[in-house]
Design a protein around this ligand. Structure first.
Ligand code: ZN
Length: 68
């Protein structure tokens, strides 16, 4: 049987790791506190990093305009 483990992060107890989903919606219970978790999407995994990159690019663009 193929491993169906997905990456999860619990917002309640901060647990983070791989778990096997137990229903069709890919939800899995948190092994630490039992809260229902949904797998991390690409956007939630990288969204914050992309936001930081966009912000630093914005700062560089403003600085380039001001320091002309
Ligand atoms: Zn938890």
């Amino acid at each position: 049987m193929a491993a169906r483990e997905r990456s999860y992060r619990c917002a309640v107890c901060r647990w983070q790791g791989m778990a096997e989903p137990i229903d069709v919606g890919d939800a899995a219970p948190c092994p630490e506190c039992g809260v229902y978790l949904y797998p991390q999407t690409w956007a939630s995994t990288w969204g914050f990093a992309l936001l930081l990159i966009a912000a630093s690019l914005g700062v560089v663009a403003v600085a380039a305009l001001l320091l002309r």
